[in-house]
Design a protein. Structure first.
Length: 348
């Protein structure tokens, strides 16, 4: 099965002040992998191919994954899809991440455990050894000769910034990686890493993949102003709050029942009223809740392109409709008004 060369009907956006352009919505591939790692993910390769083909056919040429998603199986499935669908590599922007530990089997989930118990000692974090080993492993799993955007999944307190930034620069110079980015860390950490790279004429970050949605907006305090000052693009993950903003609070889905992180949103003080207002506005405009929530993310000047992942083709089709949803300034203010500050979440 092959895919014809497609234009991007919804356009492309420059990522920060770099020359790299990404699609307005990025397809997150954590949804593809092993149910042993997380019950809600898609295991069937053909189904994953259908998702990726649909996304590509509708203007998405940017795909995000990570070495730790299903311990590498997510990368394997994305790589297979690219080969089986015969997608033109030169048009694609393949993003992956490193930092987390990768278990020896796809169906293991060692997140939050003592990784040494599984024989994982140096194969985690942002040390030089792991960066080189992880990049080479990702290239093999993805079946490509380079990664377009390599991102540091989290900050590593055990490795000097100097070591990390030099190693990242070296994998770029070696031809394994084209650009680098960061993800989910504190603004002072990102600033320190970026300043070191700039001061020492090393490869700088061009992107920050951070947590940002209607019910979690803490990145607006320090990170977004920092990114603006440095000319770095923002690629928010979980813009739909792991599905929380796509349905009424009383509704349940398989992911909602099995995704332990999703329930955290329910504890935030502003969540109930925000979700109710998303539902109210969706009904008023004749669109889905997902389209309203993602439309809000797309409306923010600080956001380059949100990352979305779905477990059904119907949901993927629905969220892409957000590109056609326009929110007025009054509607945006109405959605934002109930928000209450919460503790920083998902940084280490």
């Amino acid at each position: 099965m092959s895919v014809q060369n497609k234009s991007m009907p919804y356009g492309a956006l420059r990522l920060g002040k770099s020359g790299l352009k990404v699609s307005k919505i990025i397809l997150g591939c954590m949804s593809y992998g092993s149910k042993g790692w997380n019950e809600w993910v898609i295991e069937d390769q053909e189904e994953a191919n259908r998702h990726i083909k649909y996304a590509y056919d509708h203007g998405i040429q940017t795909f995000d994954t990570a070495n730790m998603y299903s311990n590498g199986l997510s990368e394997v499935m994305l790589g297979r899809a690219i080969k089986e669908l015969q997608l033109p590599r030169e048009e694609l922007v393949i993003m992956t991440k490193l930092w987390g530990a990768v278990a020896p089997k796809y169906d293991m989930n060692i997140i939050g455990t003592k990784t040494e118990d599984y024989g994982v000692i140096n194969q985690k974090g942002l040390n030089r050894k792991h960066i080189f080993d992880s990049v080479k492993a990702s290239l093999e799993r993805l079946q490509v000769d380079h990664i377009d955007l390599l991102q540091c999944h989290r900050f590593d307190y055990d490795t000097p910034i100097e070591e990390t930034m030099q190693a990242l620069d070296d994998v770029v110079k070696a031809g394994y990686v084209r650009y680098i980015g960061a993800s989910s860390c504190y603004a002072y950490q990102f600033h320190a890493m970026q300043n070191y790279a700039i001061a020492n004429r090393l490869t700088p970050f061009i992107s920050m993949q951070n947590h940002h949605c209607l019910v979690y907006r803490e990145e607006e305090r320090e990170m977004f102003p920092t990114l603006k000052m440095l000319g770095v693009g923002a690629l928010p993950w979980s813009p739909l709050a792991r599905g929380f903003l796509t349905r009424p609070l009383s509704a349940q889905t398989k992911r909602g029942k099995t995704d332990k992180w999703a329930e955290t949103y329910r504890t935030f003080p502003g969540t109930p009223e925000i979700v109710n207002r998303v539902a109210e506005l969706a009904e008023k405009k004749g669109v889905s809740m997902a389209q309203v929530a993602l439309g809000w993310s797309l409306s923010k000047d600080d956001v380059t392109a949100p990352i979305i992942g779905t477990t059904s083709l119907e949901n993927l089709e629905d969220v892409l409709g957000a590109l056609n949803v326009e929110l007025t300034s009054d509607e945006i203010a109405y959605l934002e008004e109930p928000y209450k500050p919460v503790a920083v979440w998902e940084h280490v």
